[in-house]
Design a protein around this ligand. Structure first.
Ligand code: SF4
Ligand code: SF4
Length: 125
């Protein structure tokens, strides 16, 4: 049993035990950006045994001066290109971007608790 996670400055906590039965709701649904930094690009391409350029062309989309992971159509919405719909899991979990690691503790959600509760069943208020 994993411990409930709390974070300074956030009025909610997060129960990671809910991830098993959730089906990866944070990786699917409405379209959004999953930002990747240059060091993450380096790390993920290395793990996938791809040249950075190949990784960028295959898996990323450039939005102004930043890169985001591509999304694919899925059910009524979208899924991250690295979300496996059979296992309902992230296929690059050990090197997933910081944005994924810090979910659901995003500044954006600090004052939008109803919104994060809708997206993530692990939120405890
Ligand atoms: S939405 Fe919440 S409970 Fe579901 S996989 Fe993501 S973090 Fe875990
Ligand atoms: S990289 Fe992994 S954890 Fe992040 S959105 Fe994609 S599938 Fe989910």
């Amino acid at each position: 049993m994993l411990k409930v996670v709390k974070k300074d400055g956030f009025s909610y906590s997060f129960d990671p035990n809910r991830c098993k039965e959730c089906g990866g709701r944070c990786c699917i649904g409405e379209s959004g950006h999953i930002w990747v930094t240059p060091s993450e690009i380096k790390m993920i391409s290395k793990v996938l045994a791809l040249k950075e350029e190949e990784f960028i062309n295959r898996y990323l989309v450039k939005i102004r001066y930043r890169y985001s992971l591509k999304e694919l159509s899925f059910a009524d919405g979208f899924r991250c290109i690295f979300f496996d719909t059979t296992s309902c899991a992230c296929t690059i979990y050990s090197v997933r971007p910081q944005q994924c690691r810090t979910f659901p503790f995003w500044n954006y959600f600090k004052n939008r608790i109803e919104e994060v509760k809708k997206e993530c069943p692990g939120i405890l208020v």
